[in-house]
Design a protein around this ligand. Sequence first.
Ligand SMILES: [Ca+2]
Ligand SMILES: [Ca+2]
Length: 140
Amino acid sequence: MNQNMILLILCSILLSFTSCENEICRNCNSYFLDNFNGNLDSFYGSFYVCELDDVWDEIAWLEDCQGCWTINEGGDGSIIDSDIYKLGVRHIQNTDIDNDNILNDFDDDIDNDGLLNFEDTTPYGTGIQTILELVICTEE
Ligand SMILES: [Ca+2]
Ligand SMILES: [Ca+2]
């Protein structure tokens, strides 16, 4: 058996192994965790994420992280059937700290204290800079 033949066999073995494993992908909706009322239609954004995406690692998946956080503890989230939906949480950037509907990137007074950003020593103020987001997904 020559070297090329061995290489070809090794490659085909490797290929058959990798094609057996299907990457898990999910359709997800995003909710603000602090005001989620159990209404699954009240999402503000949706995305599609697969296991090998960077976004996947940003999410603390409930199933991978038992006891890290709970939504079922006396909360409205208890109506979510974890057999149907996959739950996770992640921190996202608060893009409008003062809630004036002007995104931080375009807001010349991000914390709305009357001082423009360039003359404000703390332009982001004490406003919440990251938001805890609830992610509810269905598996593909
Ligand atoms: Ca703003
Ligand atoms: Ca300011």
